[in-house]
Design a protein around this ligand. Structure first.
Ligand code: C2E
Ligand code: CA
Ligand code: CA
Length: 405
């Protein structure tokens, strides 16, 4: 099917590559059969071959390459990608069906002697993947910085199992304070990675990667066990010792064995279940079904506390609260930050906080406010009736040995 494009004047020795992938092509094969899928591919090849820009060829699967000789600048390759995507946007007629179709493209444009051809293809494939991730039906131009970021993420992700075995993952602890008495009633554990070359990494550098790879399950259980072991050592000076509040990712919540594994950890380390709180995000709670609901119910049945983290951020449906026996809500620091301002924003955030605190209390839930950084925020939250507070004013995340000194 490959066809030579119209001759272009020989400019500087540059070239472009567009890798073009049909979006959601698997759905055509699955719903109409492979023969229909093949006819779509043949029709797509025909349309690409008719473009004036270069040589089109089928690379395999639903991916085509458009090779453009004698480009002067990136814009030439981008225009070719635009034309290719437009050509594939017209619906395909197959077996009496009209199939709407779109495609994504990864674009590279460079000097001929800048790296080998295999590298240009790899770069275009990477950019095609970005176009898909960014929402399909678009092109992405290969970008060295984004590529370096992707490579770094891949390396970090691949390093995680060995890092866990070497004991590089640890926890910081942040006090949760009773706003009436000032006493520490709970402690949130926050994941940290002591990376040998990059120094200490915050969870936003590695938790999402662990979720993508599935490594969050072993990592999460390791952190949970570590936090529970630590909590056993805390004494309450006559009062009830603080509970430990452990963050759980959505994947852990959906894992069928979660409640049983938590029970084993509590038993092995000797922590009473009511001294463990598990924080799940409001989003995970909202979308909970099947195993996730069973887990929350089983955990509540064991007397483990369940808290909704970042409560009030972005979701207004509350019907899930009827299905899930939760004990606490944590109000996101973004609302608390608003208390320091003046004017309408401040009054709005205060009104939101007041109603969330009221809602929590109506449902008999403990209400914690996060991100308290100023005396004014603490006082206002106390006046609004909030139960617990957490934030830099009351105690920064710290190591276990410094927590109760
Ligand atoms: P989060 O659960 O909402 O945790 C609160 C974050 O706010 C923590 O960041 C904490 O260090 C920070 N923080 C505490 N007080 C203040 C304050 O007064 N002001 C400001 N600006 N920030 C404050 P960190 O430790 O970087 O954790 C970020 C997120 O990573 C957490 O948000 C949580 O979603 C996730 N995470 C942390 N540890 C774990 C874990 O063990 N497992 C899972 N699945 N996720 C975790
Ligand atoms: Ca949390
Ligand atoms: Ca939070």
């Amino acid at each position: 099917m490959a066809r030579r494009a119209a001759h272009r004047p020989a400019g500087p020795a540059r070239f472009g590559v567009c890798l073009i992938g049909l979006d959601r092509f698997g759905a055509v094969n699955n719903s109409l059969g492979y023969a229909a899928g093949d006819r779509v591919l043949a029709a797509a090849a025909q349309r690409l071959a008719e473009l004036p820009d270069g040589v089109a060829c089928h690379l395999g699967g639903a991916v085509f390459a458009l090779l453009i000789r004698g480009t002067a600048e990136p814009e030439d390759a981008i225009k070719a990608a635009d034309r290719a995507l437009a050509a594939l946007r017209t619906p395909f007629e197959v077996d009496g069906h009209e199939l709407p179709m779109s495609a994504s493209a990864g674009v590279v444009e460079r000097a001929v002697d800048d790296g080998d051809p295999a590298d240009a293809l790899r770069a275009a494939a990477m950019a095609l993947q970005w176009a898909k991730v960014d929402g399909r039906d678009r092109w992405r131009f290969f970008d060295e910085a984004r590529n370096a970021n992707a490579v770094d993420r891949y390396r970090l992700s691949a390093e995680m199992p060995a890092a866990l075995a070497r004991g590089e993952f640890g926890l910081a602890y942040q006090p949760m304070v009773d706003l009436t008495t000032g006493g520490v009633v709970g402690v949130e554990s926050l994941a940290r990675w002591d990376h040998p070359e990059l120094g200490q990494l915050a969870p936003d550098r590695f938790i999402a990667l662990a979720e993508d790879s599935g490594f969050i399950l072993p990592l999460g259980m390791h952190l949970l066990e570590m936090a529970c072991r630590q909590a056993v050592r805390w004494h309450g000076d006559g009062a009830e010792p603080p509970f430990v509040s452990v963050n759980l990712s959505a994947q852990q919540l959906c894992h069928p064995g979660l409640a049983a594994e938590v029970a084993v950890v509590l038993d092995q380390v000797g922590l009473p279940p009511h001294r463990l709180q598990l924080e799940i995000t409001e989003h995970a709670a909202m979308t909970a079904e099947g195993d996730a609901i069973d887990n929350v119910r089983a955990l509540a049945g064991m007397a483990v506390r369940v808290a909704l983290d970042d409560f009030g951020t972005g979701y207004c449906g509350l019907s899930y609260l009827r299905r899930l026996p939760v004990h606490a809500i944590k109000l996101a620091g973004s609302f608390v930050a608003g208390l320091d301002g003046d004017g309408v924003t401040c009054r709005t955030d205060e009104a939101v906080l007041a109603s969330l605190i009221h809602l929590g209390h109506t449902l008999r839930l403990t209400v914690t406010a996060e991100g308290i950084e100023s005396e004014r925020q603490r006082t206002r939250l106390y006046e609004l009736g909030c139960d617990l507070g957490q934030g830099w004013l009351l105690g920064r995340p710290t190591t276990a040995d410094k927590l109760f000194r």
